[in-house]
Write a protein that binds this ligand. Structure first.
Ligand SMILES: NC(=O)c1ccc[n+]([C@@H]2O[C@H](COP(=O)([O-])OP(=O)(O)OC[C@H]3O[C@@H](n4cnc5c(N)ncnc54)[C@H](O)[C@@H]3O)[C@@H](O)[C@H]2O)c1
Length: 268
């Protein structure tokens, strides 16, 4: 098990639901002071994701004795700056940043490359790419001031390998951009002892993904599972495991890398 996070301050951008919430709670259990930023702090309710307390902030406090939630649209650069300032005002500094905010938020039908509307491309770039750029721009000065840290961005299997049938093209394009941006950022900030890595989840069984699977078909049948080397789809805790590792000193010489968390699905 990686070492405890010893009251490190971790910002989880998009942490009110799904992968972000599961990871935020895990990091709090390991002793981190976690700040969740999210456009909708009640997002878990949309897909009946059960909380263990009245709010995500209360869940964090139950685990770490402290925690902060800030409602903010991370596509807005000024609002993002203010949110990070609020975190620093509360906790004094920022050590690490994890950015799961985003998703394939536009309709699945009509999502092939030449069919995706201008509006859909714009929304997908904003929610998946602009959020990452805004968070990193806001966070890097604080991480430099803290003497270094770790940034973890979130791409997707579709960000480096074309999804079956060529669907979700706009989403995949925006996630490919996240990967490339992360490599550029790693080169820029390595001298400040800031590591930047990009994770690419395969299918992770979040409340949203399960609720939408009747349209997307992303929740696999037993036949599909047999094609995945580890023969199962992922759980949010699988992602939390890798984030915990990447924040720890055990990953101290790891930067600029893409780490697929997909049970080996992308290699076959
Ligand atoms: N679940 C999967 O199978 C899977 C696979 C590959 C990649 N991913 C990526 O992992 C990330 C998390 O996925 P998830 O399934 O947990 O999704 P989710 O929709 O359950 O959670 C995303 C969170 O981001 C927040 N968010 C969205 N737009 C925002 C904005 N503008 N500002 C602030 N917060 C915002 C949402 O409110 C929500 O709480 C996403 O980036 C997604 O694209 C997920």
């Amino acid at each position: 098990m990686p070492p405890a996070l010893n009251e490190s301050v971790v910002v989880v951008a998009g942490g009110a639901r799904g992968i972000g919430r599961a990871t935020a709670l895990r990091l709090a259990e390991r002793g981190a002071r976690v700040a969740v930023l999210d456009v909708d702090l009640s997002a878990a309710a949309e897909f009946d994701e059960n909380l263990t307390a009245a709010s995500v902030e209360d869940e964090l406090k139950d685990r770490a004795g402290d925690g902060l939630c800030v409602q903010v649209d991370l596509t807005d650069p000024e609002a993002t700056e203010r949110a990070f300032a609020e975190v620093v005002n509360r906790f004094g500094h920022v050590d690490h940043l994890f950015i799961p905010a985003g998703g394939a938020i536009t309709p699945y039908s009509g999502s092939a490359a030449s069919q995706t509307s201008h509006d859909a491309y714009s929304k997908l770039v904003a929610v998946n790419m602009t959020t990452v750029v805004n968070c990193c721009r806001s966070a890097v000065p604080y991480l430099c001031a803290a003497g270094g840290g770790s940034i973890i961005t979130v791409s997707s299997g579709s960000g480096f390998k074309v999804a079956a049938g060529g669907y979700i093209a706009g989403y995949a394009m925006s996630k490919a951009a996240v990967l490339h941006y992360s490599k550029y950022l790693a080169v820029e900030v390595g001298k400040h002892r800031i590591r930047v890595n990009c994770i690419a989840p395969g299918v992770i069984r979040t409340s949203r993904l399960i609720a939408q699977s009747n349209v997307t078909g992303f929740v696999a049948s037993d036949d599909d599972l047999a094609l995945i080397p580890l023969q199962r789809q992922g759980e949010p805790s699988d992602v939390a495991d890798v984030v915990e590792l990447l924040l720890s000193p055990l990953a101290g010489f790891l930067t600029g890398q893409l780490i697929a968390i997909d049970g080996g699905a992308s290699i076959v």
